[in-house]
Design a protein around this ligand. Structure first.
Ligand code: XIL
Length: 328
């Protein structure tokens, strides 16, 4: 079934944000990518451009070219812009590996980074993933350079530094594998509760939602969203994709994918989670095609648009769910 409204129109009419992660190079070089991003989405996240590695080519220089291009694209086209991400253990600058810092130097470096980057995009970025993936799969705090130097307090500091330079922007904790109620989301719940008790300025939690082979149970996802909301936090789905293990594909993958996207959008509508960002515009640009050994493990077709930027059944399912009756 082809719906009459575009995805963007259906979302906007519903006060819902449907987003895509964007790459600056594709925006510049591929007109159908650019057009699809502009016409079909009302939210964007730079996929890599705001990470510390790409932003910090050398210790004292910033390169904002790609980040600016994506943020400007979002603003010009009246989109909600998510900033991703200030503090993470991956995609740090290359020169960082060789840097023999003291704990105090690292603290100062991170403070300058957060102040500079959040300050630059004050009033043009709506929400920041301040800390990404601080919790390990077993629920303990991940041992990262930040944790090793500063302990759990690095989270407090990062959120406080972000708030110091932008009193308005929404500040998020973001993680994967915590979409439903499970050991990891329990640990994140406890962590965020501690942060809130200490008065740390945190507004929300981002559920990445990389459904690469598993399919988190929608009822459990709803329960998980609600418990974070009960803590006073907003919940957004920040990096959704729906793929399959290459050796375990459903009989009709496109229909199965469409049904699952639909179910999760319905969970969003029921719980009041008003933002769902997909991790890319079209299958050809999905990270599953290029990331380490993922292309051997997972099908590279996790998004709403196919390689030619044509809408897939999942597109119709999401548009349809957003156009359906308001059951909230
Ligand atoms: C991924 C990007 O999509 C890739 O292009 C890059 O090579 C690696 O990072 N969790 C996150 C995202 O928070 O930043 C990651 O993005 C995907 C997993």
């Amino acid at each position: 079934m082809t719906t009459e409204q575009t995805l963007r129109e259906a979302a906007t009419n519903r006060d819902f944000r449907i987003g895509a992660a964007l790459a600056a190079r594709a925006l510049r070089s591929d007109p159908s990518y650019w057009k699809t991003a502009k016409n079909e989405f009302n939210a964007v996240t730079p996929e890599n451009a705001l990470k510390m590695g790409p932003l910090r080519p050398s210790p004292h220089a910033y390169d904002f070219t790609d980040a600016d291009a994506i943020v400007d694209f979002g603003r010009k086209n009246d989109m909600y812009v998510r900033g991703h991400t200030l503090v993470w253990h991956n995609q740090k600058p290359e020169w960082f590996q060789a840097w023999d810092y003291t704990d105090d130097q690292l603290r100062k470096f991170l403070r300058d980074h957060v102040h500079t980057v959040v300050g630059r995009y004050r009033s043009s970025i709506d929400a920041w993933d301040v800390v990404n993936e601080a919790v390990a799969d077993d629920g303990t705090l991940r041992e990262t350079v930040w944790y090793d130097a500063l302990g759990e307090e690095y989270l407090d500091l990062a959120f406080q530094w972000a708030r110091e330079v932008d009193p308005e922007v929404d500040l998020y904790y973001n993680d994967y594998g915590a979409d439903a109620v499970n050991e990891k989301s329990d640990a994140i719940y406890d962590l965020l509760e501690r942060l809130l008790e200490r008065g740390v300025p945190i507004d929300g939690v981002g559920l990445q939602f990389h459904a690469l082979a598993g399919r988190p149970d929608p009822e459990s996802v709803a329960e998980n969203i609600r418990r974070f909301q009960d803590l006073g936090l907003d919940v957004q789905i920040t990096e959704m994709d729906v793929a399959n293990a290459v050796d375990d594909r459903p009989e009709n993958p496109l229909a199965e994918q469409a049904d699952y996207y639909r179910e999760i959008v319905e969970v969003c509508l029921e719980t009041g989670c008003d933002t769902l960002v997909t991790w890319g515009v079209h299958d050809a640009s999905s990270w599953l095609r290029s990331f380490k050994d993922f292309s051997e493990r997972y099908t590279g077709d996790p998004l709403l648009f196919d390689d030619a930027c044509d809408p897939k059944p999942a597109y119709d399912a999401v548009t349809d769910a957003l156009s359906g009756p308001d059951r909230s």
